[in-house]
Design a protein around this ligand. Structure first.
Ligand code: GLN
Length: 196
């Protein structure tokens, strides 16, 4: 069975492990380059991207992970995980870095303090019916997408909240907290395809 890692430096690691337990894969927590080398795909959880950034550099996994993503490792990031995958970041803390992987610009904490957190349904044509029940928690927005990026989901006003770029999927919201398994399913499909 393929082995899927969840980057376990900070954030909602447990929720992603639970979501992944519904699939025919082994699940492992990943904190080091050594552990990264043994997985066929990686989930980047929600949490606090500035902390994940700092810890990933401290643990020496930031650079090998960027390289692995560039080499085609399937990766799925939610919320802070999406931020970590953006090639360009606005409203990060001073010196904040990302792994890259998605040719997009992401604005951190894009919804401000008035609408810190909210839930709404998002139509994702790729996933069909029903719409995705999306939970946003101090969520980022995708404010610009490169030509090869596939937009998977938008808010009612057109703002982009889910994208796919080759081997990388990112969502502004948290499918792992609302029992939404279809993004994980697509990611797992990618992992199976690459491992085959
Ligand atoms: N605001 C957080 C950040 O900057 C993301 C929030 C989340 O993952 N729910 O990383």
């Amino acid at each position: 069975r393929p082995r899927i890692g969840v980057l376990a430096l900070q954030g909602d690691v447990r929720e992603h492990r639970t979501a992944l337990s519904h699939f025919d894969v082994d699940v492992a927590s990943v904190r080091t380059a050594e552990e990264l080398a043994h997985v066929d795909g990686l989930v980047l959880p929600g949490g606090e991207s500035s902390v994940i950034d700092k810890l990933s550099r401290l643990f020496g996994i930031a650079e090998p992970l960027s390289t692995a993503i560039g080499d085609g490792l399937p990766v799925f990031g939610t919320c802070a995980g999406l931020i970590m995958l953006a090639r360009r970041l606005t409203d990060g803390i001073a010196g904040q870095q990302t792994f890259g992987g998605l040719d997009v610009t992401v604005q951190r904490n894009a919804f401000g303090s008035q609408t810190d957190s909210f839930e709404t349904d998002v139509d994702v044509a790729l996933l069909g019916a029903p719409p995705v029940h999306a939970v946003f928690i101090r969520a980022p927005l995708v404010t610009d997408v490169g030509p090869a990026v596939r937009v998977l989901g938008r808010l009612g006003d057109g703002r982009v909240v889910a994208v796919e770029d080759g081997n990388v999927i990112g969502t502004s919201f948290h499918p792992e907290v609302s029992g939404e398994l279809r993004f994980h399913a697509r990611f797992v499909e990618r992992v199976h395809a690459r491992a085959a």
